[in-house]
Design a protein around this ligand. Structure first.
Ligand code: NAD
Length: 414
């Protein structure tokens, strides 16, 4: 958390992690209830049980096998099958919502109405209307809202974005995101009547497909690297070209977001080939940052000493705004620079589904939520950042489904 607090100078949501906030919360407990104890709910539960600031007092799932699995992890928690009943539990200060996308909005709004703080998984909402309803309910509530965009609390991404903001790669000229898997995205279902519950991601009634489930994370990089500049429009395409198994969401999509300054951001995803796995790259006029692997490359490798100096300055909390001088050269062969690793302990999993690190920000994010529940202080700008990621994902989904260009409204979260 110390490393994150240093980034609070630039990124307001990290003020939630400063030593002062930690001091304010010392001795306190965030009494939390988890709604939805499937895969992500149990992942958070395991981490929350390790956090000294947290007491998991209640868990809820309307699918008994998942509730039982979570109950075995925290025998002291009260069990609910109806989330309304959990919201009436006066010992619950805040909830952690990990249900299918289509349920996030109503559950969040009901939680605020019951006087609870809310952590809601990404994407925030299934539709733009649901998203703006959530945003209005949060504004009126006076409660904390945190969202599962864990890159915002991932020390590796924070450091990378400090480098971008400090001019280490010159002017940002492009943002490239891709996420490839070779995995049908299906979960095994013992009882056919549970198909849509277990495989909700594959059905439009609950899901917005790859754009909401995967792109939502990577589109965050664009908002962040562009210093809050928002794109004007998105164009897209997609199809079901390989897994013709009754699913309703695409197994491949591509979307391009156009910014007012002429820069564009891409998201490309295919789930029937995993060779190139995952990539998140900020392209600058003077260098490139590979966010996933924690490496920065120079367009002119001889400038490594300068890049190293900037890294050291950031480590010491002294940010230089000096961009590197001189013109960059262009080649049609890939760059030869071996790059500078700006974080240690990054391990990339060569798996079908995900990239794993020594940490991906999830633990830090949930700790920041616990701090916010105890202090009652909302970390600044995280809601707007998260709303933008969801908005870009939803409109990207619309663009890919209609193979069209969709204008992006700029005034929804003011
Ligand atoms: N931030 C991340 O990296 C990340 C990673 C994985 C999933 N997620 C998000 O977490 C959310 C959940 O994903 P998942 O993979 O855990 O799904 P899941 O299907 O494994 O779990 C969802 C759970 O919600 C329960 N549920 C459904 N309706 C309910 C209701 N009315 N009341 C109570 N419980 C109900 C289901 O029974 C299930 O146990 C999704 O929004 C997903 O995008 C985020």
């Amino acid at each position: 958390m110390g490393a994150l607090a240093a980034g609070a100078m630039l990124f307001p949501w990290l003020t939630a992690c400063t030593p002062e906030k930690q001091k304010d919360a010392a001795g306190g407990k965030a009494r939390l209830g988890i709604i939805g104890t499937g895969s992500r709910g149990r992942f958070h539960l395991a981490n929350l049980l390790e956090d000294d600031l947290v007491q998991v007092v209640a868990i809820c799932d309307d699918y008994r096998p998942h509730l039982d699995e979570a109950a075995a992890m925290c025998p002291g928690a009260r069990l609910y099958s109806d989330y309304h009943a959990l919201l009436e539990d006066s010992e619950v200060d805040g909830v952690v919502i990990c249900t299918p996308l289509s349920m996030h909005s109503q559950m969040t709004i009901d939680s605020f109405a019951a006087g609870k703080h809310v952590f809601c998984e990404k994407a925030l909402a299934w539709s733009v209307q649901q998203l703006t309803d959530m945003y209005s309910a949060w504004k009126a509530s006076g409660k904390v809202l945190m969202v599962g965009q864990q890159r915002l609390y991932d020390p590796k991404y924070v450091k990378a974005m400090e480098l971008v903001a400090g001019g280490a790669i010159g002017q940002v000229v492009g943002i490239r995101n891709y996420w490839y898997r070779n995995n049908d995205w299906r979960r095994p279902v013992d009882d056919p009547s549970q198909e849509r519950r277990i495989n909700w991601r594959l059905y439009q009634q609950y899901s917005r497909g790859l754009m909401a489930e995967l792109a939502c994370h990577q589109l965050q990089n664009g908002s962040w690297a562009m210093g809050g500049l928002r794109p004007d429009y998105v164009s897209g395409t997609g199809s079901i070209m390989f897994y013709k198994d009754g699913r309703e969401v695409f197994d491949n999509v591509a979307a391009i977001y156009q910014y007012p300054n002429g820069v564009h951001m891409t998201f490309d995803s295919i789930i029937a080939n995993k060779h190139f796995a995952m990539g998140e790259q900020i392209l600058g006029s003077e260098g490139t940052i590979d966010l996933v692997r924690g490496v920065m490359y120079s367009e002119q490798p001889r400038r490594r000493a300068g890049l190293r100096q900037m890294l050291e300055q950031i480590e010491q909390g002294i940010l230089s705004n000096a961009a590197f001088a001189g013109s960059s050269w262009v080649t049609e062969a890939p760059g030869t620079d071996k790059g500078i690793r700006f974080v240690d302990n990054v391990s990339v999993v060569d798996g079908a589904s995900s990239v794993g690190f020594s940490g991906d920000g999830s633990v830090e994010l949930m700790h920041a939520y616990a701090l916010a529940v105890i202090t009652g202080v909302q970390p600044a700008e995280i809601v707007e950042e998260a709303c933008w990621s969801t908005l870009l994902a939803l409109l990207g989904d619309e663009a890919t489904r209609t193979a069209s260009r969709i204008d992006i409204p700029k005034d929804l979260f003011e």
